[in-house]
Design a protein around this ligand. Sequence first.
Ligand SMILES: *[C@@H]1O[C@H](CO)[C@@H](O)[C@H](O)[C@H]1NC(C)=O
Ligand SMILES: *[C@@H]1O[C@H](CO)[C@@H](O)[C@H](O)[C@H]1NC(C)=O
Ligand SMILES: *[C@@H]1O[C@H](CO)[C@@H](O)[C@H](O)[C@H]1NC(C)=O
Ligand SMILES: *[C@@H]1O[C@H](CO)[C@@H](O)[C@H](O)[C@H]1NC(C)=O
Ligand SMILES: *[C@@H]1O[C@H](CO)[C@@H](O)[C@H](O)[C@H]1NC(C)=O
Ligand SMILES: *[C@@H]1O[C@H](CO)[C@@H](O)[C@H](O)[C@H]1NC(C)=O
Ligand SMILES: *[C@@H]1O[C@H](CO)[C@@H](O)[C@H](O)[C@H]1NC(C)=O
Ligand SMILES: *[C@@H]1O[C@H](CO)[C@@H](O)[C@H](O)[C@H]1NC(C)=O
Ligand SMILES: *[C@@H]1O[C@H](CO)[C@@H](O)[C@H](O)[C@H]1NC(C)=O
Ligand SMILES: *[C@@H]1O[C@H](CO)[C@@H](O)[C@H](O)[C@H]1NC(C)=O
Ligand SMILES: *[C@@H]1O[C@H](CO)[C@@H](O)[C@H](O)[C@H]1NC(C)=O
Ligand SMILES: *[C@@H]1O[C@H](CO)[C@@H](O)[C@H](O)[C@H]1NC(C)=O
Length: 741
Amino acid sequence: MAEQPPNHLTTPYVILFIFFISSTAISTKPACNKMDQDSLWSSFELSSRLNWSSNDCCHWEGITCDMAGRVTHLSLPSKGLKLKGGNIFPLSLIGNLTHLTHLNLSHNLLEGSLDQTGFFSSLSRLEIIDLSYNLLSGELPLPSSNIRMLNLSSNHFHGAIPSSFFQQAWNMTSFNVSNNTFSGAIPSSICLHSSPLIQLLDFSVNNFNGSISHGVGKCSKLQVFRAGHNNFSGILPNDIYNATKLEEISLPHNSIYGAISESIVNLTNLRILELNSNGLSGVLPRSIGKLSKLKLLLLQFNNLKGFLPSSLMNCTNLIELNLGYNSLEGNISVLNFSKLNQLTKVDLGTNYLTGVFPISLYSCKSLKAIRLSSNKLEGEIQPEILSLKSLSFLSLGYNRLTNITGAMKIVMQCKSLVFLAFPGSFVGEEMPENLSIADFDGFQNLRFLSLANCELTGQIPAYLSKLKKLELLYLGNNRITGSIPSWLGTLPRLYSIDLSSNLISGEFPKELCMLRMLVSDWTAAQVDSNDLELPIYGPGGPASVLQYKWSYFPLAISMRNNTISGKIPVEIGQLQLLHYLGLGNNNFSGNIPDQISNMKSLEQLDLSMNHFSGKIPSSFASLTFLNFFNVSHNNLEGSIPTSTQLQSFKASAFEGNPNLCGAPLPNECLPIKGNDAENVENDENDDQIPWLHISVVLGFIVGFWAVCGSLVLKKNWRYSYFRFLDRAQERCMANRRRPRS
Ligand SMILES: *[C@@H]1O[C@H](CO)[C@@H](O)[C@H](O)[C@H]1NC(C)=O
Ligand SMILES: *[C@@H]1O[C@H](CO)[C@@H](O)[C@H](O)[C@H]1NC(C)=O
Ligand SMILES: *[C@@H]1O[C@H](CO)[C@@H](O)[C@H](O)[C@H]1NC(C)=O
Ligand SMILES: *[C@@H]1O[C@H](CO)[C@@H](O)[C@H](O)[C@H]1NC(C)=O
Ligand SMILES: *[C@@H]1O[C@H](CO)[C@@H](O)[C@H](O)[C@H]1NC(C)=O
Ligand SMILES: *[C@@H]1O[C@H](CO)[C@@H](O)[C@H](O)[C@H]1NC(C)=O
Ligand SMILES: *[C@@H]1O[C@H](CO)[C@@H](O)[C@H](O)[C@H]1NC(C)=O
Ligand SMILES: *[C@@H]1O[C@H](CO)[C@@H](O)[C@H](O)[C@H]1NC(C)=O
Ligand SMILES: *[C@@H]1O[C@H](CO)[C@@H](O)[C@H](O)[C@H]1NC(C)=O
Ligand SMILES: *[C@@H]1O[C@H](CO)[C@@H](O)[C@H](O)[C@H]1NC(C)=O
Ligand SMILES: *[C@@H]1O[C@H](CO)[C@@H](O)[C@H](O)[C@H]1NC(C)=O
Ligand SMILES: *[C@@H]1O[C@H](CO)[C@@H](O)[C@H](O)[C@H]1NC(C)=O
């Protein structure tokens, strides 16, 4: 295995040769035009990430020149670039690159606006412009006729699209202004007299309004039409069904009304039809099955009525079918889903569907997520569901299903099941307990379990202690008796528990204060952050942002409204990560432990309607995250500790404790012991449902919302706990509509 010296000997010659070749190559090509080089040099605040060291700008990173040494391509995405001087783009600098045809400065830090007249007149040869993901603002200038592709997405542009824009941009094929704050109507002229080549239009996430104008139908080449998350109203223009090249129509989150015309079946290339969260009415097109390429059919949150057309089952390429939150009716079990073998997600929740769970759905082997909650389905879960090997999300609550013991025995064998929601079904049955705990190996991957609102009797079943991946357990609003098992505290991933409104007795087990996920950040970091297969809705219901994130669920323990007695264990202070603790309306007694003030993440604390005595610990002044606090109707005494936090709550949070005094209660603390109880005004009238009763218990709400959801909750609650509301959401909240109970 000797080395081979000859190779080393030849190396210098090779290098020389390469040098010769490359230097001749360079010398045959004209060097970069001086003016272009200067203007490049002076355009940007050069970041260290740019390799612009050579003398010839045609060799610089991101630059391409033509034969004459003029710069034609400038492609520097994601370089952290800022424009030098001035805030009008391009000014004289980059504007001197008059031979530029391709400009890609996407994902940089460009600020300022596009020069209304100068931009396209100086850069008149530009064909491709990608300035997406910058900080550009101002209005859209009129284009040059050479422009073929414009992407200004994710900037801060505003104003209207000039009505003659598309008339001037004859050769435009792709126009993308998504995620800005453009307003006004979209020009009606698109394709009517202009831009006949347009293939892609993306107006989504702006403030456009008015109706979607006629003219789109003349776009004989249009493939993708997106305009979701705007304020569009009116009906879908009839001629849109003439644009037969269309592959995607995506207009979610607008106020479009009227019916989907039967003519839609002419769009045989359609793959994506996304019209969710609008005001569409009427029935689904009868012949929708002719759209054989359809992959995504997303029509949730509309007012569609009537039956599901049987031809829908001919859309054999469907991957996701979402018709939730409509008024669809009819017997779902007569539909034959068996040809939909690509189907991975089906959501028909919150409609008026009847019949039994469709057996044919069991043959859609790709299914990962099924939601049929809040319908009028009846019957039992069949063992055939086990053929859905990938099923991870199953939500069937608020139906008239029966035999929960059978159902649980079956679904516990679903190896992939992660999310199981059966609330509000199986009403009045007995909690399935005897699932042979000894050799129990079911629910191996279950992270979410809701059996809330079922009026189930019996005890908290022991097999739950085997669910080592369980994170969220919602058993509120049943008739569960017995005490809280201490093993609950040993579940390594559990962080959200709702046992409220049951008949649970016994004491608060101190083992619960050792829940690993609530004790230290170290374990919390282990949470698997995969998204949910189908979104759940916040307490704002349809109006709130859809949540695909597990992190949406609060870290909460609720035992409200039971008959739990004894003291709160002092170990409670270990639950440093807990956000919500609800112990109200029980029989707790003794002092409120000082250690609660160690719970540095606590946002909501409810100890009302118990028999707590003694003082409110003065250390409570340090619970700075608190935004809800209630100790009313106990036997507390002495003065309320002074802190900006505690005094910011209403008197009603403290009332019903005859010997408690100080702000915010009206009775002052007198140096001599007096009885000011009678002075306590009952200003918060009792019949007005207090905030807490509306929010009931976080866990309950979440358990409920996760699968059904359309209570109208007090607005401030949404703001106080979930801070995820964004611009888009507030808009759709204003549009929203139809409460259903
Ligand atoms: C750009 O061109 C203008 C005239 O067209 C000239 O005055 C200016 O100096 C040029 N800028 C650069 C950087 O070359
Ligand atoms: C910079 O570009 C030159 C050619 O233009 C090249 O030879 C050199 O390796 C590059 N340097 C880095 C650090 O990429
Ligand atoms: C611009 O560059 C980014 C990043 O490489 C790329 O994703 C994008 O497609 C480019 N734009 C165009 C129009 O080619
Ligand atoms: C449109 O593009 C074609 C070919 O790509 C070109 O020949 C023509 O000049 C362009 N038209 C305009 C108005 O720029
Ligand atoms: C900008 O939009 C065009 C067309 O929609 C697309 O081809 C391009 O990749 C987009 N740029 C980025 C950075 O996504
Ligand atoms: C929309 O634009 C903002 C900045 O204006 C950006 O932070 C955000 O990521 C963009 N959203 C999407 C979905 O690209
Ligand atoms: C528009 O551009 C954004 C980002 O640049 C991209 O995510 C989106 O897919 C584009 N729209 C279309 C229809 O290509
Ligand atoms: C659709 O196209 C046909 C044939 O080109 C035409 O007769 C009809 O008027 C068009 N429909 C609409 C609504 O524009
Ligand atoms: C759909 O196609 C049929 C037959 O090709 C035609 O009669 C009808 O006018 C078309 N509908 C629309 C809206 O173009
Ligand atoms: C579904 O497609 C088959 C074969 O193409 C056809 O015979 C049947 O009539 C279609 N069913 C419906 C309801 O359209
Ligand atoms: C409940 O379902 C199980 C399993 O499917 C079945 O064995 C049992 O007979 C059912 N019980 C009732 C009361 O229907
Ligand atoms: C308390 O729980 C009972 C059932 O145990 C229920 O009927 C009642 O409505 C609940 N009260 C509140 C205020 O939640």
